[in-house]
Ligand binder design. Structure first.
Ligand code: PMP
Length: 409
C-alpha cells in the first residue's frame, strides 16, 4: 500500500494555521515533531475531565487520573515491546532519562570503570557521563565515526575492554541520520558483561521499537519528537537493573517508608518517579504512541526515504555542498545535514524560511564533538516526518538555490 502524506498531514492543525508570508514547509521534525489534533485533545480531555494528582488520592478524580497515567505507561510498554510496564519510567525527555541512568546506574560504577560513547552522540549522551566522570573517576572512551557518518563499529574490538561497564550510543544520529547496528554493539558488550544504553530520540518517532529483540538494557526517547507533548519522555530499563539501582531523585511517591532514621524505596517504576509527574503530557504521549503503533511503517519509511533520496540528489548537484552522512538510503532515516561552502548555516536557514517558508535547523545540533571532527562549526539540517511531501522538498531545493544565488553573491 502506498502512503498518502496529505491524509496524514490533515491530522495536524499546524498545517491549517494561518501564517504571514509563505506557506509552512516544516523540515525540522528531528528537533520537535508537530502534534496531531487527537493528541492535543487527549491532553485537554485529561485536564478538563480527570485533573487530579496521581498515585495517592482515593477520590474519583484521583483514581481516574491514576488510571489514565498508568494506561499511558502500558502504551509506552507496548510501543517498546517491554516485558513489563514496571520497566517504563516517565521522565522529562531523553535528557532526563539519560541523566537518570548516569546518576543511578552511574553510582554503581567506580574509579577505572569505563563508559564507551561515540563521537556521533548528542550532548545529552555525553555531558551526563562527564559529570559521572567528575563524581566517580570513571574513564570515557569514544567510538569514532566512519567517513559516511556512521559509528565505526570495526573499532569495537579495540575499544571494549574488561573494564567497560556500559556502552551508550545513539540508535539514529540526529546529524547524519545513520542508524546504528545495535546487534554488533550488544554482542561486544555481552563479551565483557557490559550494559547497553540506547539514545532512541531520533529513532523512536519512526515506528515501534522492540527492546527485547534489540537485546539492549536501557532505551530512552522524548515525547515531543514522537508527535507527543513537551516535557515528557521515557526510560525503559531491564527490571533487574532498575531494581538494583539506587534512586536518582528523592521525594514523594518514590518511597515505601520515611523516617529520620532512614527511608526505604518504593518498587519500580515509582522508585524513579519522585514527585508529581507530568500527568497530562504522559496521557498525550500514550495517545501518540498507540496511534503510531497502528500505522503502516513499511509504507511510511518508503515514503520518507524516497523524499530523502530526492534531497540527497538535489544537494549532490549543488557545487560546494558537503553532505555529512550516508550518501545512500541503506540503514538510515530521513535526517540530512549539509554544509555549503562560504555560507553560515544560520544565514541559510533564515533565508529559506523568509523566502520559501522552509523550517530547517542550523548549527552544531548539540553534537559539537562530531562537528569538530568534521572541521565544521555547524551544518544545515533537514529532518523528515510522514507529513512531508514533494512540495516540501521542492521548496527546500528552490530555497537553497535562491539562498546560494543571493548570499554567495
Ligand atoms: N538525543 C538525540 C539524538 C536528540 O536528537 C535529542 C534532541 N535533539 C536528544 C537526545 C535530547 O532530547 P530532549 O531535548 O528531548 O531531551
Amino acid at each position: 500500500m502506498s502512503f498518502d502524506p496529505a491524509r496524514f498531514r490533515a491530522l495536524f492543525p499546524i498545517f491549517q494555521a494561518p501564517f504571514d508570508g509563505p506557506a509552512l514547509h516544516y523540515l525540522d521534525s528531528g528537533a520537535s515533531a508537530q502534534v496531531p489534533q487527537h493528541v492535543i485533545d487527549a491532553v485537554a480531555r485529561q485536564d478538563s475531565t480527570a485533573r487530579a494528582n496521581v498515585k495517592r488520592g482515593v477520590h474519583r478524580l484521583a483514581e481516574a487520573a491514576t488510571e489514565a497515567y498508568e494506561t499511558a505507561r502500558l502504551a509506552a510498554a507496548r510501543y517498546l515491546n517491554a516485558p513489563s510496564p514496571r520497566e517504563v519510567i516517565f521522565t522529562g525527555g531523553t535528557t532526563g532519562a539519560i541523566n537518570l541512568v548516569a546518576r543511578a546506574f552511574g553510582d554503581t560504577l567506580g574509579e577505572g570503570d569505563e563508559v564507551l560513547l561515540s563521537v556521533l552522540e548528542h550532548h545529552s549522551n555525553i555531558v551526563p557521563w562527564q559529570l559521572l566522570q567528575m563524581r566517580r573517576g570513571i574513564r570515557i572512551a569514544v567510538i569514532p565515526a566512519t567517513s559516511d557518518g556512521r559509528l565505526d563499529l570495526d573499532q569495537l574490538d579495540r575499544l571494549v575492554t574488561p573494564r567497560t561497564r556500559l556502552i551508550a550510543v545513539t540508535h539514529c544520529s540526529n546529524v547524519t541520520g545513520a542508524l546504528t547496528d545495535l546487534a554488533q554493539v550488544v554482542a561486544a558488550a555481552r563479551g565483557v558483561g557490559a550494559k547497553v544504553l540506547v539514545d532512541g530520540a531520533q529513532r523512536a518517532p519512526h515506528g515501534p521499537v522492540d527492546v527485547q529483540a534489540l537485546g539492549v538494557d536501557f532505551y530512552a526517547f522524548s515525547g515531543h519528537k514522537a508527535f507527543g507533548p513537551n516535557g515528557i519522555g521515557v526510560l525503559w530499563g531491564r527490571a533487574r537493573l532498575l531494581e538494583a539501582m539506587p534512586p536518582f531523585l528523592g521525594g514523594g511517591e518514590m518511597i515505601s517508608h520515611v523516617s529520620f532514621e532512614g527511608s526505604s524505596w518504593a518498587p519500580i517504576p515509582n522508585k524513579f518517579e519522585a514527585g508529581t509527574p507530568p500527568i497530562a503530557p504522559a496521557v498525550g504521549l500514550g495517545a501518540a504512541l498507540d496511534w503510531l503503533a497502528g500505522l503502516d511503517w513499511t509504507a511510511i519509511l518508503a515514503h520518507e526515504l524516497r523524499l530523502t533520496g530526492r534531497i540527497l540528489d538535489g544537494l549532490a548537484a549543488i557545487p560546494g555542498c558537503r553532505i555529512l552522512g550516508p550518501a545512500g538510503l541503506q540503514q538510515r532515516l530521513g535526517v540530512v545535514s549539509f554544509a555549503l561552502d562560504g555560507l553560515h548555516p544560520h544565514d541559510v536557514c533564515q533565508f529559506v524560511d523568509a523566502t520559501h517558508g522552509v523550517a530547517l535547523r542550523g548549527g552544531h545540533h548539540c553534537a559539537q564533538p562530531l562537528m569538530e571532527s568534521c572541521g565544521l562549526v555547524g551544518t544545515v539540517r533537514a529532518s523528515l516526518a510522514p507529513y512531508n511531501d514533494d512540495g516540501d522538498v521542492d521548496a527546500l531545493l528552490d530555497g537553497l538555490a535562491h539562498a546560494i544565488g543571493q548570499l554567495r553573491g
